[in-house]
Design a protein around this ligand. Structure first.
Ligand SMILES: Nc1nc2c(ncn2[C@@H]2O[C@H](COP(=O)(O)OP(=O)(O)OP(=O)(O)O)[C@@H](O)[C@H]2O)c(=O)[nH]1
Ligand SMILES: [Mg+2]
Ligand SMILES: [Zn+2]
Length: 311
């Protein structure tokens, strides 16, 4: 029987079959994705085939090919990677300039990973009700930066409802991933976007100004009339990137890629080479320093994984 993985808690997956049953399922034995060592061989959003047994639970026997997925490896270079979700039409990366503060490193790594599988990303700046003048100014700069690169930006508040209608119109007919650091308001937004949803939310830690990792499993919540899904996910901390060559990394930063066409050497890594059009563009502020730093950081990941034989 064929179905969609709508929820994942540890070893258990909830599969929604084509005839609408929800079946608790497990992966049989040592069944893993070709070439990738992943903590979750099956992800929310996967289309799978299951064998239902007498107790009413099932084994997942087959995963259909994925259209795309978003994968990360943990920042500490563990050997494992984690597939956040599969078969997405778009991702909403929820960002907060304050309480907690989302770093540009994190944003850029997420964006690059989404570029790798052509998942369109919308940036959602949440908690705008909390911003001081200085923070608002910083947010405006971020919005200008990412808008110019080509990532649509929405400034919202899940508390006041500001900007939420604008987000809701983007969801229709699509599978949308909600991702971001813990405490930025993903579950709060989900509850607002799909009335009737009661995802657990919790205050951030006052002492550390960070989220409490309230959501502990990934779940696809259907839109009214089954007109798409929103995927709520646990907050993520670091976003390690996965097996990327320097020229690939370049191509995942659209504005860096554009300037790289004018580098003197075709195999330029944009780190030190003479005649590098990227370094020149950073110097002239056509490429943001923060984006270039993120690019360099991802190059370094690559070097380290070489020594540590991460995969
Ligand atoms: N002031 C303000 N608080 C918000 C807003 N959105 C969410 N919050 C609060 O932020 C806290 C964290 O929200 P959650 O929705 O649990 O965050 P999350 O991103 O789902 O966190 P994890 O599940 O840990 O990844 C809660 O106390 C929310 O009430 C907002 O727009 N403004
Ligand atoms: Mg949550
Ligand atoms: Zn270059």
């Amino acid at each position: 029987m064929r179905g969609l993985v709508v929820r994942n808690t540890g070893f258990w997956y909830t599969v929604k079959t084509d005839d609408g049953q929800l079946v608790d399922s497990k992966v049989k034995g040592n069944f893993r994705l070709k070439g990738i060592r992943s903590t979750n061989p099956v992800a929310v959003g996967d289309w799978v085939h299951i064998d239902i047994n007498r107790e009413g639970t099932a084994f997942i026997t087959e995963i259909e090919d994925r259209k795309n997925y978003i994968i990360r490896k943990s920042q500490n270079l563990s050997k494992q990677s984690h597939i956040i979700a599969a078969n997405l039409d778009q991702a909403m990366l929820v960002i907060t300039v304050a309480h907690p503060q989302t770093s540009t490193t994190f944003i850029d790594r997420f964006l690059a990973s989404a570029e790798a599988y052509s998942v369109p990303v919308v940036l959602v700046f949440n908690k705008t009700d909390l911003l001081t003048d200085e923070e608002r100014h910083y947010q405006d700069m971020m919005v200008t930066l990412y808008d110019n690169i080509g990532y649509p930006c929405h400034q919202v508040s899940a508390l006041t409802g500001d900007g939420i209608d604008g987000l809701r119109t983007l969801l229709s007919g699509k599978v949308t991933l909600l991702s971001g650091n813990s405490g930025v308001g993903k579950s709060t937004l989900l509850n607002l976007l799909i009335p009737g949803t009661e995802a657990r939310v919790a205050d951030i830690s006052e002492a550390h100004d960070t989220g409490m990792h309230t959501t502990t499993f990934s779940e696809m919540v259907p839109l009214p009339d089954n007109n798409g899904y929103v995927v709520d996910t646990p907050g993520i901390k670091g976003f390690g990137t996965f097996n990327m060559e320097p020229e690939e990394i370049t191509s995942y930063f659209p504005e860096i890629f554009k300037f790289s066409q004018d580098c003197r050497f075709a195999n330029c890594t944009h780190t030190h080479e003479p005649g590098c059009a990227v370094i020149e563009a950073v110097r002239n502020h056509y490429i943001a320093e923060s984006r270039y730093e993120s690019y360099l950081g991802m190059l370094k990941d690559k070097d380290e994984s070489k020594y540590r034989e991460a995969y």
